[in-house]
Design a protein around this ligand. Structure first.
Ligand code: SAM
Length: 333
């Protein structure tokens, strides 16, 4: 009887958290599409189809970011381990927006081989990709201590802080920080600094400014996978929020400004049209755009300024062999 009641409680709490998620999603979508200019949050790209499309993006020849950071995690693993370990003390290794953890798995393997005591806590808003990650890790590194945290970065970080009082090492890879505007990135780093304790470490991936064509091609591949990834958010709105976007009436457009380092994705409305989302009508003019995502590129001095402005001290920098991408190690001091 007690077990049955517990099961009912778990089911009800799951239902209410799914409802909260849908309410947030709807509210963000309507607010974004009723603003000028229209915008959508790229954190909603990642449903099951979005996760699969992102895995295809990572394998594209044009998308150099994953290969560069993989070069670091495969070939400079012991340098990373040296940068994040302190006095052999046990720690929690928390990865923000872990995705399938393909790159960090090399670090996890190395840490366990050298006998480090740590718990791996991947945080991701996509429950689907966390189950892919769990399946892969159980197969590759069954002995690792792992705690999956499904939800938003800070909500789950706060939860992680309550789970143990061990030193924290935060991984924020793949240029995820680039998916924030400069102001948002600053606010994010300040909030992170305030949450962490002295001696905690953050390892952040930054995509460096480089030949503008190399950057632009990475986000506007000829095979159309990036376009499908952006358009999938409209399909997701149709599926989950009772929308009626006609996907063929929108087109992906990418731009890169080599001075600011902002690479931006848009969807263009190809005609005057009205779209119904959960009973609300949204009007689009022909050629009006939806701002979908920024992928910010940095110079080394911009990275230094960001760390200094938000209270962190840079203690290391590991670059790939082409010097296109760096993992910067920051300490709370
Ligand atoms: C661009 S992918 C990168 C994945 C991985 N870090 C890598 O380097 O391969 C971004 C990941 O972050 C997750 N994500 C995006 N915004 C998030 C948020 N606000 N809170 C938690 N996870 C988020 C997505 O679900 C996705 O798995």
């Amino acid at each position: 009887m007690t077990t049955y009641m517990n099961l009912q409680l778990i089911k009800e709490s799951k239902k209410s958290s799914e409802k909260d998620h849908t309410d947030h999603f709807l509210n963000d979508v309507l607010t974004g599409l009723q603003s000028t200019p229209k915008h959508l949050s790229s954190k909603y790209f990642y449903d099951k189809t979005g996760d699969e499309l992102f895995q295809k993006i990572m394998a594209m020849p044009e998308y150099y970011l994953t290969r560069c950071e993989l070069d670091i995690f495969k070939n400079k693993t012991s340098e990373i381990a040296k940068g994040i370990r302190a006095d052999q003390e046990p720690f929690d290794l928390i990865e923000l927006g872990a995705g399938d953890a393909m790159k960090s798995t090399y670090l996890l393997k190395h840490l366990s081989e050298i006998g480090t005591d740590f718990t791996y806590m991947p945080i991701d808003i996509s429950g689907n990709i966390l189950s892919v990650l769990e399946k892969n890790l159980k197969r590759q590194l069954p002995a690792i201590d792992i705690e999956l945290l499904e939800g938003e970065y800070f909500e789950m970080l706060e939860k992680a802080m309550t789970l143990s009082s061990r030193r924290k090492v935060i991984l924020f890879l793949g240029g995820n920080i680039g998916n924030m505007s400069r102001k948002e990135a600053e606010k994010f780093c300040i909030a992170l600094y305030q949450l962490l304790n002295k001696e905690d470490i953050v390892l952040i991936g930054f995509d460096l400014k480089k030949n503008p064509y190399t950057v632009l091609n990475a986000y506007s591949d000829k095979s159309g996978i990036t376009a499908a990834f952006n358009l999938n958010l409209l399909s997701r709105i149709n599926r989950e929020l009772d929308g009626n976007f006609n996907i063929a009436d929108f087109q992906h457009y990418e731009s890169y400004d080599p001075i600011t380092g902002a690479c931006k994705s848009f969807l263009i409305s190809l005609r005057d049209q009205k779209v119904n989302i959960a009973g609300q009508l949204i009007s689009f003019e022909e050629n009006e755009v939806i701002d979908m995502e920024v992928s910010q590129k940095f110079s080394r001095s911009e990275i230094r300024k960001l760390a200094e402005k938000t209270g962190f001290r840079i203690t290391g920098e590991i670059a790939d062999s082409k010097d296109w991408f760096i993992d910067s190690i920051w300490k709370v001091s």
